[in-house]
Ligand binder design. Structure first.
Ligand code: FE2
Length: 422
């Protein structure tokens, strides 16, 4: 007897009438029209069953702090960093944990079951590191939380930051972060990339750097990141996050850069909600969109994910943990409107970030963890269009969230009394 059988499901690749059999937290069979006895059977009614959403770029130490101690007036990245600097001395471990736990609840309700969060290591108390390591433990049963040691004020620019970062890794932080464009000079930025990649190589860690998050066409640390990845044999283990300067770079230079990035197997995370909000702030008109060149990166075989980055914090006042909202914005900003491109946008919040995070057992295949989301939509494009309701969310075959279908009651003459917004 199976633990769980989901019948009549449509999968993201378009296969329909599929049954998914679950035993001991794993997918044990996947085939059309299967009818095997199970303790629980769920009829998906032809709707989409997807592997869970994955967010490869987030800041859980800052989340839900909007307005503390004040709001970002200019809307720029730099005022956000300054504001975070004002907030840092006021942080308590208890408040950090409470806000992060609340966000994790939102995430589960939205079917978001894996998150890579950067955690600022520039405060020598490493309060946020301790808090998020605690959160990681508390949510482990339902969220894969991966931490990045992130020197927000620059690993060379901020006194003691390199030592703090190394201590954070010793405490159990998984990934080496960086922020080369915030160092004092381009040369320091390049040196920071070199030192941090060498540290990761020596310790067998993954790398994920905030890189070239500006509108400056000459901010070219991504080139160094690709070079160091290759030099140190870190192919497939390094991610460049943001890369917004690529939006503004000279086209000839980008035509040389893209193959180098592909050769180094560099992963990329764009953060559409934040990029469209923070970039272009120094422009009059026309205003640049600021997001990196997603379709061109994908065309070069580079894995690109969309991250949420911020929810209600010094940089961004909105957000809800909904990765379909993130992908919806990414689709618009990158003008990825063909059917194939929209499906790539869905992949950018599911399979692509799972690959960048090196998640084990992720996906809808036999032998994978039974982590799944039943959406109120018939396919990935419809899910994006509607930012579809998450009807059921399973982790290791166990139901961890559910929501009633969205149905509106209409009061119009000679019309159906109810309508689903699909
Ligand atoms: Fe970020």
């Amino acid at each position: 007897m199976l633990d769980l059988l989901i019948t009549n499901a449509t999968l993201p690749d378009g296969q329909n009438h599929m049954s998914i059999a679950v035993q001991n937290g794993k997918i044990v069979e996947l085939s059309a029209h299967m009818q095997t006895p199970a303790h629980e059977t769920v009829d998906a009614q032809g709707q989409l069953v997807s592997p869970p959403f994955v967010d490869a770029h987030f800041h859980m130490d800052a989340t839900l702090s909007y307005g503390l101690p004040r709001v970002n007036q200019s809307g720029t990245l730099l005022e956000g960093i300054a504001l975070w600097g004002e907030l840092k001395p006021l942080l308590t471990q208890e408040a950090l944990i409470d806000r992060a736990m609340k966000y994790c609840d939102w995430a589960v309700a939205k079917g978001l079951l894996a998150i890579r969060t950067h955690v600022d290591v520039c405060d020598p108390r490493l309060l946020a590191v301790e808090a998020l390591l605690e959160v990681k433990k508390r949510v482990a049963a339902y969220i894969d939380l991966q931490l990045v040691a992130f020197p927000q004020d620059g690993v060379l620019r901020a006194p003691g930051a390199m030592d703090n970062l190394k201590r954070a890794l010793q405490m159990g932080v998984d990934v080496v972060g960086g922020i080369p464009h915030f160092e004092r000079t381009m040369a320091d930025g390049a040196l920071s990339v070199k030192l941090l990649c060498e540290l990761a190589a020596a310790q067998g860690k993954l790398v994920d750097m905030h890189c070239d998050e500006s509108d400056d066409p000459l901010s070219r640390h991504v080139e160094t990141l690709a070079y160091e990845s290759q030099r140190l044999g870190l192919q497939g283990r390094v991610v460049g996050s943001h890369l917004t300067s690529m939006h503004s770079m000279d086209n000839y230079y980008v035509s040389k850069l893209l193959p180098l990035m592909a050769e180094a197997q560099l992963g990329v995370v764009a953060n559409p909600l934040i990029n469209i909000t923070l970039q272009g702030r120094h422009d009059s008109y026309p205003k640049r969109r600021g997001m990196t060149r997603v379709p061109e990166l994908l065309a070069h075989g580079i894995t690109v994910a969309f991250g949420h980055d911020c929810v209600m914090d010094p940089w961004y006042s909105l957000g809800s943990g909904d990765m379909l909202e993130v992908a919806h914005m990414g689709l618009h900003v990158a003008q990825m409107t063909s059917q194939a491109a929209m499906r790539q946008c869905f992949d950018a919040v599911t399979t692509h970030p799972a690959k960048l995070m090196h998640l084990q057992g992720y996906g809808l295949q036999v032998g994978c963890h039974a982590d799944m989301v039943l959406l109120q939509a018939s396919n990935p494009v419809e899910a994006l269009r509607l930012r579809a309701n998450r009807l059921k969310v399973w982790r290791r075959g166990r139901l961890v969230a559910s929501a009633a279908p969205a149905v509106s009651q209409l009061f119009l003459d000679q019309r159906p009394a109810q309508t689903q917004l699909v």
